[in-house]
Design a protein around this ligand. Structure first.
Ligand code: UGA
Length: 431
């Protein structure tokens, strides 16, 4: 099998770990996924998938023979040539990344006599690799290699992003380890960027920061469009054709959320601040995003007056379509603000749940959500929202107010259907 058929242990059975494990198995490697939560491992052992990620269940099913799941560190490491760290690095109260789960993996690594390579998939501050190296050396594990191999997969397209990435980044202290990790990816056609460990760590943080900057930039352009009568959708199209700019991540809306961007922006901001640098652009990107999530409240107040006692329907709870993930979802911030204003909030989402949103009524159809509502807010651009019979919905609402937080629907058609339709950075509402 040549370079294929390696033994890989993956620590962490979350989105990143499961996708990494399943994709390595698809490439022909034998993978053991280890997690500390027994229920999660039990679900995986039964052949079920604890998260919603398109294509992941098929991949796990197809590679069942090459995949094992365990809670036991020894079993995971036994015979492994690579140890992938894919545990969570949530923000602490100070905004720094909490690396305790990473350190647990490193400290639990049993003494091994053969060369294994520890590969960091989790997003970590620049300098983490150097600290891990030091800790391994101090434990007499100088022969254990270390690489930074960050992930650039987005939820909802994670399997495709892993198998057909724009690039693979490998940061190493030792060329041999970089070669081994590059070989592990054999079968994937993508440029490999080899770097030192610190630069690889920074590539991950900088890539996400660049994407967030584009979103906050277009959101501010949208806000100026609103004030001046321009249409941000046209503007994004017009600037996107410029090859130096490109057209991705220029969709204005209610702001970014998810398990990565908000956390990573804070981590990079804090990383810079801890080193004595005030990262002005990133601070603005974060602040713009916070304000953007709340702009819909202003729009609703303008259209409805006081929101007390008004029934507001939120369409979409997930932070983006094709995921059940609601971490840092704009819908949750919106719901919280609406409840605080005294509104009644009803929410629809095809797969995400309103768990944790006390006081929000969750319904199973768009029609139910809109019935008797004073306003509908489209928060997540679920594709099925294009197929809703909107003209039929107008008549069932108390007031036909529609705020399209993702600029998903056609303003002319929505107004033609009888809605008082407003969006983000588009012409002012009429009718
Ligand atoms: C993001 C990156 O896209 C991945 O490359 C990265 O690997 C991942 O974070 C990570 O660090 O793990 P993800 O958070 O899954 O992936 O989702 P995105 O598709 O990037 O969307 C993030 C947020 O930005 C969503 O709330 C989305 O609605 C918003 N967004 C995106 C916009 O508001 N406008 C856009 O034009 C694009």
């Amino acid at each position: 099998m040549g370079e294929q058929g390696k033994r890989v242990a993956v620590f962490g059975a979350g989105y990143v770990g499961l996708v990494t494990g399943a994709c390595f198995a698809e490439l022909g490697h034998r993978v053991t996924v280890r997690d500390v939560i027994p229920e999660k491992i039990a679900i995986l052992e039964r052949g079920e998938v604890p998260i919603y990620e398109p294509g992941l269940d098929e991949l796990l099913e197809r590679n069942r023979q090459r995949l094992t799941f365990t809670t036991d560190v020894g079993e995971a490491i036994d015979g492994a040539e690579f140890v992938y760290v894919a545990v969570g690095t949530p923000p602490t109260f100070s905004g720094d990344a909490d690396l305790s789960a990473v350190w647990t993996v490193i400290d639990e690594l049993p003494p091994v006599d053969h060369r294994i390579v520890v590969a960091m998939k989790s997003t970590v501050p620049v300098g983490t690799g150097a600290k891990v190296r030091h800790r391994l050396d101090a434990r007499g594990l100088g022969h254990v290699g270390y690489v930074s191999n960050p992930e650039f997969t987005a939820e909802g397209t994670a399997v495709k992003d892993f198998m057909e990435p724009d690039r693979i980044v490998i940061g190493s202290f030792d060329q041999v380890d970089a070669d081994a990790v590059a070989a592990l990816h054999e079968g994937i056609d993508a440029p490999i960027v080899r770097a030192d460990v610190a630069s690889a760590e920074m590539i991950k943080l900088a890539a996400n920061a660049a994407l967030m900057t584009r979103i906050s930039f277009i959101n501010e352009i949208a806000n100026v469009c609103e004030a001046t009568g321009a249409d941000v959708v046209k503007v994004a199209e017009g600037i996107g054709y410029d090859r130096r700019i490109g057209n991705s991540f220029l969709r204005a809306g209610v702001g970014f959320g998810g398990s990565c961007f908000p956390k990573d922006s804070l981590a990079l901001k804090q990383l810079a601040a801890n080193s004595g640098y005030h990262f002005q652009v990133l601070n603005a990107v974060i602040e713009v995003n916070e304000l953007q999530k709340r702009r819909v409240i202003g729009k609703l107040s303008e259209l409805l007056g006081s929101l007390r006692g008004k029934r507001i329907a939120l369409l979409g709870l997930a932070f983006k379509p094709n995921t059940d993930d609601t971490r840092e979802a704009p819908a949750f911030v919106l719901a919280g603000r609406l409840l605080a204003e005294g509104a009644d909030v009803v929410a629809w989402d095809p797969i995400a749940s309103s768990d944790g949103l006390h006081g929000v009524e969750q319904v199973t159809t768009v029609e139910e959500a809109a019935r008797d509502a004073d306003a509908v807010v489209l928060v997540t651009e679920w594709p099925q929202l294009r197929d809703v019979d909107w003209p039929a919905i107008v008549a069932t609402m108390r007031r036909p107010v529609f705020v399209d937080g993702r600029n998903m629907l056609d303003p002319g058609a929505m107004r033609g259907a009888g809605f008082t339709y407003d969006a983000i950075g588009r012409a002012a509402p009429t009718g």
